[in-house]
Design a binder for this molecule. Structure first.
Ligand code: SF4
Length: 265
């Protein structure tokens, strides 16, 4: 269902999750746009979905413990889709030159620190998404290198309204301080039945056959130099682009459900 107002159009949709549904509406450009350009819409949908999950958890006595000012998880490797890399690159180019230089320097320092800890070479070689012992070890070693995200300022995200989807989706119900030492303290992550970041990464991987469809956030300034514009490859009217995303999200949910059923047999 779509309702057009001026050059924007509001689209309503629903994605089935188990016995329930995620029903939402989104206002997108009626005319030509692309996946990177409608990223703010996806961020807003992701946030409203997460708010619903967070409220349910609070009601069931398992409140999410993540709070402003806790940047413990911001020392992990943050995988961002190439579309988010494109959007963040465009945003950085709008900043005053002095701020751009400051950020470039922080990203450089983070890479130097990770290099000194022997992490960078392994980051390039390892498949982070693989459920392997070495991938898990690399993720832990990255965290214990204690290199803060270059966008973390005074333990808060300096780009909070436009932060990547993966950062929105990382939530825990365990004590926040546990996130700084997951090898010894139990961390209880929140399972989200809809994972917006994963869908974007999968679309990116389809576009770039020889890549993973994502980059570690700390590589952003290096990636920017490529001038890549992956969003153009998923273009159309606003409703068409949103449909592409929602369709893949539904397919992903159905795949997980089919696997669960097969696993339960
Ligand atoms: S972008 Fe923000 S929320 Fe994400 S890791 Fe960096 S500082 Fe943390």
């Amino acid at each position: 269902m779509a309702e057009q107002v001026g050059e924007m159009v509001t689209v309503e949709f629903a994605v089935g999750i188990g016995d329930g549904q995620f029903k939402a509406s989104a206002t997108v450009p009626a005319g030509q746009t692309n996946l990177t350009q409608i990223l703010p819409v996806l961020q807003s949908l992701s946030s409203s979905f997460i708010e619903g999950v967070t409220a349910q958890l609070a009601e069931s006595g398992q409140p999410v413990s993540c709070r402003a000012g806790c940047g413990a998880c911001c020392r992990q490797m943050a995988p961002i889709s190439i579309f988010e890399a494109e959007a963040l690159s465009a945003w950085i180019r709008t900043l005053p030159e002095a701020r751009q230089e400051q950020l470039a320097s922080r990203f450089h320092q983070a890479l130097v620190a990770l290099g000194a800890a022997g992490i960078i070479d392994r980051m390039v070689e390892e498949d982070w998404q693989a459920e392997t012992e070495s991938a898990r070890k690399l993720a832990l070693d990255y965290l214990y290198a204690r290199v803060p995200c270059p966008l973390l300022e005074e333990e808060s995200c300096s780009i909070h309204p436009i932060r990547p989807l993966i950062c929105r989706e990382y939530l825990v119900t365990s004590p926040p301080e546990h996130c700084a030492d997951p090898a010894h303290l139990q961390v209880v992550p929140v399972h989200l039945p809809l994972n917006f970041s994963r869908i974007l990464k999968a679309i990116g991987k389809e576009l770039e056959q020889d890549s993973r469809g994502w980059i570690p956030l700390v590589f952003l300034f290096a990636w920017m130099k490529s001038g890549a514009r992956p969003g153009d490859a998923v273009a159309g009217t606003g409703p068409q682009v949103l449909y592409e995303f929602v369709k893949r999200m539904s397919e992903a949910v159905n795949r997980v459900r089919a696997n669960d059923v097969a696993g339960g047999e």
